[in-house]
Ligand binder design. Structure first.
Ligand code: PEP
Length: 252
């Protein structure tokens, strides 16, 4: 069965005003979602504001969650709160939270496996980010796939294609304007799918959607979309621009 494309917009800690947020919301509502699932990751402060604003099925998808629920966890967001708000999906494991920049050292592979299980048990869908730093990419594809295996090892058993989307985001491509070439991205996606076939099952590998993330934009999306193992995009910078809807159109 063909995999339905899926495109996400990660607004990170943007925009800086509610009036600009309203413009971004209009842009999402302009996306044609008939052939593509769309989700949007607003900043935590904007999640509630956005929660009833998308009229075309785009899913509000918080950028993170905890694995403990509600309680004395200052600054955290609980999946229970998300569910109560009617949200259906959460993002986790973004490289900006995995600690590559040394800012948020909490999201290691083991913590993320616990988070994933917690969110799935609570009934949420999850977009789970993985990706390698430049030092590993420079060693070649085998080294990249060995690192992907490390990042996936604790979650192979949780990869239900109906509930989990993998976002492959090479860290060196995020926010840099440097995109993986379509062939390099394809080779990595195919390698990730092979790992999943071996360590989860061929059915899971065939069904699970793997997005590409890393300086995706309206210009490079058509070529990347043509690759058989690229099932969509997770978009940062370009999701703050009108071209986001062209990226959705490119893969639909
Ligand atoms: C991201 O933040 O997930 C991302 C892919 O950012 P950008 O598109 O700006 O590289």
């Amino acid at each position: 069965m063909p995999r339905k494309p899926i495109v996400g917009g990660n607004w990170k800690c943007n925009p800086d005003s509610v009036s600009k947020l309203d413009e971004l919301i209009v842009n999402i509502n302009d996306c044609d979602t008939s052939g593509c699932d769309v989700y949007v990751c607003p900043s935590p402060l904007h999640v509630f504001y956005c929660s009833d604003k998308f009229k075309n099925g785009a899913m509000v998808t918080p950028q993170n969650c905890n694995f403990k629920g509600c309680g004395a966890f200052t600054g955290e967001m609980a999946v229970e709160q998300m569910k109560d708000m009617g949200l259906k999906c959460v993002l986790m494991g973004h490289s900006e939270r995995r600690g590559e920049f040394g800012i948020f050292p909490m999201d290691d592979n083991s913590t993320l496996a616990t988070k994933l299980k917690y969110a799935l048990d609570a009934g949420l869908q999850v977009v789970f980010c993985i990706g390698e730093p430049l030092s590993i990419r420079e060693k070649g594809l085998d080294a990249v796939l060995a690192e992907m295996d490390v990042q996936l090892t604790q979650i192979y058993g949780l990869l239900d294609p109906a509930k989990v989307v993998i976002a492959y985001e090479p860290v060196w491509a995020i926010g840099t304007g440097v995109t993986a070439s379509p062939q390099d991205a394809q080779d990595t996606h195919a390698g990730i799918r092979k790992l999943i076939a071996e360590k989860a099952s061929p059915e899971v590998a065939e069904g699970i959607r793997i997005q590409y993330g890393g300086s995706a934009n309206a210009k490079n999306a058509p070529e990347l979309s043509a690759m058989p193992d690229i099932d969509g995009f997770l978009v940062g910078g370009a999701s703050l621009k009108p071209e986001f809807k062209e990226i959705v159109a490119a893969i639909s």
